[in-house]
Design a protein around this ligand. Structure first.
Ligand SMILES: Cc1cc2nc3c(=O)[nH]c(=O)nc-3n(C[C@H](O)[C@H](O)[C@H](O)COP(=O)(O)OP(=O)(O)OC[C@H]3O[C@@H](n4cnc5c(N)ncnc54)[C@H](O)[C@@H]3O)c2cc1C
Length: 495
C-alpha cells in the first residue's frame, strides 16, 4: 500500500532526518533550539518514533532525540510550582521514559499510572495527543493526569507549565493540543494505588460478525446505562467473519466481572501480574533494554500506517435499530479490509467514566467529544517495512489508488454513521482536510492563540499540528548549515 511524498500521507520509511542531537537535559535542549533558530533549521522532536504520521522523522530536518532522558522521581505528594494545594501522589518522568519502564517502577511501588497499551510508546507524544490507556475510564487520560511540565520553548527559554503559574495557557495546550508548542523535557503525572483486581474478558463472541457485534453493543449500552462503564477498557476486533473481544476490566471483583460478562458468553479471568511481560526483551541490536525487537527493530520508524478514528457516544447505540446500522456499517468496512479488523477501543474516550477520570477533562484541549464518548471506532492498518520489500527502499513509489479509494469510502461511511464526530490526534487520518476541527473542535481557536504566543515562528511544525495550516516552514539542513553545525561550539553532540 501507500504513500509517496506527493500523496498526503503514509510515507514514513524514507523520512530520514539529516542530522540529530541526542539530548540529556533541558539545558542541552535549550542550546539545540537556539542553534536551530540561529541556522533556521527545520526541526523534529522524537522520543520513540511511534508517531503514525512520521511527525518525529521528517526528511531533511534536524532531529532532537529525547530517548536517553529516562529519569524518574516518585513523589508521595507533589505541589506544582506556584500552587497552594498539593496534587497528591505523582511521578516526574524524563522525556524519554517509555511505558515499560514506567509500569515496571510503578509495579514495584504498588502504584498505577495511566499509560498506553503498547509498552514501547513514550509518555510525551501520548499525552500531547490526549493519551488513553486501558484504565482511562477509571483514572483519566495522560492529559487529565498531567499536573506539570518542564518545557523548552523555540527561543531556548526553559519554562514550567502548570495550572497555577503564568503558563496556564501552555499547560492547557500540552494537555491534548499535540506537538506544536515546545520541547517537553520533564512531565509530572498523578499516580494511584494499584487496583486490587484487573481482569480480562477475552475470546470470540458467538455468531457471525454482525450478530456478534450487535450482541456486544446491546451489552455495552446496558453496561454504560448501569453506570459501570468506568470498569471497562481495551478493544474489540471486528473481523470479516466474527468479533473478538480483548476487553480488560479494572476495579471489579472476579465474581462481579464474571457475572457482568455472562451475557457475552465469555469468561472473566484475572490478568497476569507477572513482570516484566515476556515481550519486553533486551535487544542486542540496539543495545538498550526494554525494546520489543519485533516492533522497534523491524518496524519502528520504518512502517506505513493508514489510520482513521471517530469517537462514538451512547446515543449512537442506544436502540436496536441504531445498533443494527452500527454493526452493519462496521462489518461492511471490515469486509473491505482484506483480512484486517475494525477496532472498537472502549477506553479512547472518557464519557460515563469515573469522577476521577472526568474531573479535569474540561481543562484539556482535546476534542470536546472525549468528555462524552464511550469509545472510538478506529483502523490502524500498519505494514512493517520488511513486509513492503524493495518498494519501501525507494523515495518515490506510486500510491495504491485502489487502497486510497477504499480509505476514502471507509471515511465516508463512518462520517455518515457518526455525523460530525471528532477524531484522536495521535491516530487520525493523514489525508483529512478538516483535521483542525476533527482533532480539537472549538478548542482549535484557543490552541492557535497559544501557538502564536509560544512559537510565533512555527519552529515546532508537523503534519496536522496546530499552526501547520499556516505557510509551511521550508527550512532544511543544507550543506552550509551542516558545516556550520559541525564547526559550531555547542555542548550537545550532533550526529
Ligand atoms: C504500537 C502503538 C501503540 C499505541 N498505543 C496507544 C495507546 O494505547 N493509547 C494511546 O493513546 N495512543 C497509543 N498510540 C499512539 C501514540 O500515543 C502516539 O503514536 C504517540 O505520538 C507516541 O509518542 P512517542 O513520544 O512515543 O512517539 P514519537 O514518534 O517519538 O513522538 C511523536 C510526536 O510527539 C511529539 N513529541 C514527542 N516527544 C516530545 C517532546 N519531548 N517534546 C515535544 N514534543 C514531543 C512530537 O510532535 C513527535 O513528533 C500507539 C502507537 C503505536 C505505534
Amino acid at each position: 500500500m501507500m504513500g509517496s511524498p506527493s500523496q498526503p500521507g503514509w510515507m514514513i520509511t524514507n523520512s530520514t532526518p539529516a542530522k540529530y542531537a541526542e539530548l540529556h537535559s533541558a539545558d542541552e535542549a535549550s542550546q539545540a533550539l537556539q542553534f536551530a533558530s540561529k541556522h533556521k533549521l527545520a526541526l523534529v522532536v522524537k522520543s520513540t518514533g511511534h508517531d503514525f504520521f512520521g511527525r518525529s522523522v521528517s526528511k531533511g530536518s534536524f532531529l532532537l532525540w529525547t530517548h536517553k532522558m529516562t529519569s524518574t522521581e516518585w513523589h508521595e505528594s507533589f505541589t506544582p510550582q506556584g500552587c497552594t494545594t498539593d496534587a497528591g501522589s505523582a511521578v516526574s518522568l524524563g522525556a524519554g521514559v517509555q511505558f515499560w519502564q514506567l509500569y515496571q517502577e510503578a509495579a514495584q511501588r504498588e502504584l498505577k499510572v495511566v499509560g498506553g497499551t503498547c509498552l514501547t510508546v513514550g509518555h510525551v507524544g501520548f499525552t500531547l495527543g490526549g493519551g488513553y490507556g486501558d484504565a482511562s475510564r477509571m483514572y483519566g487520560s495522560g492529559a487529565t493526569n498531567l499536573v506539570e511540565a518542564e518545557v523548552v520553548l523555540a527561543d531556548g527559554r526553559v519554562v514550567i507549565a502548570n495550572k497555577c503559574n503564568d503558563h496556564t495557557d501552555l499547560f492547557r495546550a500540552l494537555r491534548g493540543g499535540g506537538g506544536a508548542f515546545g520541547l517537553v523535557t520533564k512531565a509530572t503525572y498523578r499516580t494511584y494505588p494499584k487496583p486490587s483486581f484487573e481482569g480480562h474478558i477475552h475470546g470470540r463472541i458467538s455468531g457471525d460478525a454482525t450478530e456478534g457485534l450487535t450482541k456486544f453493543l446491546a451489552w455495552y449500552a446496558a453496561v454504560v446505562e448501569q453506570g459501570l462503564a468506568k470498569h471497562f477498557g481495551s478493544m474489540l476486533f471486528i473481523r470479516e467473519k466474527d468479533v473478538m473481544s480483548e476487553i480488560n476490566t479494572v476495579g471489579l471483583s472476579l465474581k462481579d466481572c464474571s457475572r457482568i460478562a455472562k451475557p457475552l458468553g465469555l469468561p472473566c479471568t484475572a490478568s497476569s501480574q507477572s513482570w516484566p511481560p515476556p515481550e519486553v526483551v533486551r535487544s542486542n541490536v540496539v543495545g538498550v533494554e526494554g525494546w520489543v525487537d519485533d516492533w522497534e527493530v523491524k518496524s519502528s520508524s520504518s512502517y506505513h500506517t493508514q489510520s482513521l478514528s471517530r469517537y462514538f457516544r451512547l446515543d449512537h447505540i442506544r436502540t436496536d435499530g441504531l445498533r443494527q446500522e452500527f454493526s452493519q456499517t462496521l462489518v461492511r468496512i471490515a469486509k473491505s479490509l482484506g483480512g484486517r479488523s475494525v477496532i472498537l477501543s472502549l477506553n479512547y474516550g472518557l464519557g460515563h467514566g469515573s469522577e476521577t477520570a472526568l474531573r479535569d477533562v474540561a481543562d484539556t484541549t482535546v476534542h470536546p467529544d472525549v468528555a462524552t464518548a464511550i469509545g472510538t471506532v478506529k483502523l490502524d492498518l500498519t505494514v512493517a517495512h520488511d513486509k513492503l520489500g524493495q518498494k519501501a527502499a525507494s523515495d518515490h513509489f506510486a500510491v495504491d489508488q485502489k487502497a486510497y479509494a477504499n480509505h476514502v469510502s471507509t471515511r465516508n461511511q463512518l462520517d455518515a454513521l457518526l455525523v460530525g464526530s471528532g477524531s484522536y490526534y495521535n491516530e487520525g487520518d493523514y489525508s483529512d482536510e478538516d483535521w483542525q476541527n476533527r482533532y480539537w473542535g472549538f478548542n482549535y481557536a484557543e490552541l492557535k492563540r497559544t501557538k502564536s504566543k509560544y512559537d510565533p515562528g512555527n519552529v515546532f511544525t508537523c503534519h496536522q499540528c496546530v499552526g501547520s495550516d499556516a505557510p509551511a516552514c521550508s527550512r532544511r539542513l543544507s550543506a552550509k548549515t551542516t558545516e556550520a553545525a559541525e564547526n559550531a561550539r555547542v555542548n550537545f553532540v550532533i550526529v
